[in-house]
Design a protein around this ligand. Structure first.
Ligand code: KG4
Ligand code: ZN
Length: 345
């Protein structure tokens, strides 16, 4: 069975072809992503209207490239999985309408996928995938959540950010440091040259119980550290390092608490910030201490991609789920809310 996955929830247009010969075995035949970083950089962040307009231009060529790389044609596709939400509604609609048209034209099943579920399941694309149940740390540009995953669709949010998402805090602090949008990965690279102990930032929410996060204060701490100083490259790297350490330590400590509270022995890390090397190393240490296994997707499947959408769609299709052509985009689709539940746009 060949599944075409289509993703357009934010500013990346992505498509992938996933082959599943046997249940539980999925091979990514292709995964193609076109980012719009050059378009949004001038504005220092994503401009929703520009994002949707550029998806319109990019989506069919991206799908075509995914098919070519996979060595197949549209007519070979057996099902279509598409991100239905959450995300920017204009961006979502481009992928969704495209998927509906293809599903109708090819007369194949259509399944709308929750983008966050896609991220959560991305580690299952790796050769040694985690079994259910597991604890998941979902850290992206829009979300920071600790999730108790009992099985497919069985999600309990244990904690989440009260303000900025971890990736958002990375991007905003990167902007303060003069790094081009999106600055998360660039900040991480700069931090590698930073010296320990030159700046110390607070560890938000670690002084109180619970598993929630807060990152907006860290961005302010960086702003205060930078104010009134002429910062040379060395000092900018020191600030980047101090900021990254504060975020990573906060995330890692909450993971340690969540592993202890739930008794889970598997920790899954997903979402764009999951590509952060420092976070991976710190979580590996926590997992070792707690006798748990750590799983994360390869970097290209941490950030937005079509393969994770194809996989989540494939797993949903196996349960007999599918959607009609009347489905709408769900800009605010929380994890764990079923596909049939009514939610406001
Ligand atoms: O999951 P994702 O591609 O998109 C959302 O669904 O939000 O995550 C993108 C976020 C951005 O904020 C980006 O700066 C951040 O992930 N990111 C990183 C790294 N790579 C991407 N943050 C820290 N370190 C990285 N290496
Ligand atoms: Zn994402």
């Amino acid at each position: 069975m060949l599944i075409l996955g289509i993703e357009s929830s934010c500013d990346d247009s992505a498509a992938a072809v996933l082959e599943t010969e046997h249940p539980g075995q999925a091979v990514v035949r292709s995964s193609v992503v076109a980012n719009q970083d050059d378009i949004h950089r001038a504005f220092g962040g994503i401009v929703p209207e520009l994002a949707s307009r550029n998806h319109v231009v990019a989506i069919m060529p991206i799908i075509q490239r995914a098919l070519e790389t996979a060595g197949c044609q549209l007519g070979d596709i057996d099902a279509i999985a598409v991100t239905r939400g959450p995300g920017l509604v204009g961006s979502l609609l481009v992928g969704l309408m495209c998927a509906k048209g293809l599903a109708q034209g090819l007369d194949v099943p259509l399944v709308g996928v929750n983008h966050l579920e896609g991220h959560l399941l991305a580690p299952l694309l790796e050769p040694d995938p985690p079994a259910f149940p597991f604890l998941a740390l979902l850290v992206s540009g829009g979300h920071t959540q600790l999730v108790d995953v009992a099985g497919l669709g069985k999600y309990r949010i244990l904690g989440e950010t009260l303000d900025d998402a971890a990736g958002e805090a990375f991007d905003k602090t990167a902007k303060l440091l003069g790094l081009p949008y999106p600055g998360g990965a660039a900040l991480a690279r700069l931090a590698e040259q930073g010296r320990a102990g030159h700046f110390v930032f607070p560890r938000p929410m670690l002084d109180r119980p619970g598993l929630d996060f807060s990152f907006s204060g860290l961005k302010t701490a960086a702003l205060v550290a930078l104010r009134g100083r002429v910062l040379d490259d060395e000092a900018r790297a020191d600030v980047a390092r101090a900021f990254q350490e504060a975020v990573v330590e906060t995330l890692a400590e909450k993971c340690r608490r969540a592993l202890k509270a739930t008794g889970h022995r598997r920790l899954v890390v997903a979402g764009g910030v999951g590509a952060n090397r420092c976070l991976r190393d710190r979580l590996a240490g926590i997992a070792r201490d707690m006798g748990a296994e750590l799983y994360f997707p390869r970097s290209e499947f941490c950030t937005d991609n079509g393969a994770m959408i194809a996989l989540a769609g494939c797993m949903r299709l196996r349960l007999g789920e599918r959607d009609g052509l009347a489905i709408s985009a769900r800009a605010n689709w929380e994890l764990g809310v079923s596909r049939n539940e009514d939610i406001p746009l």
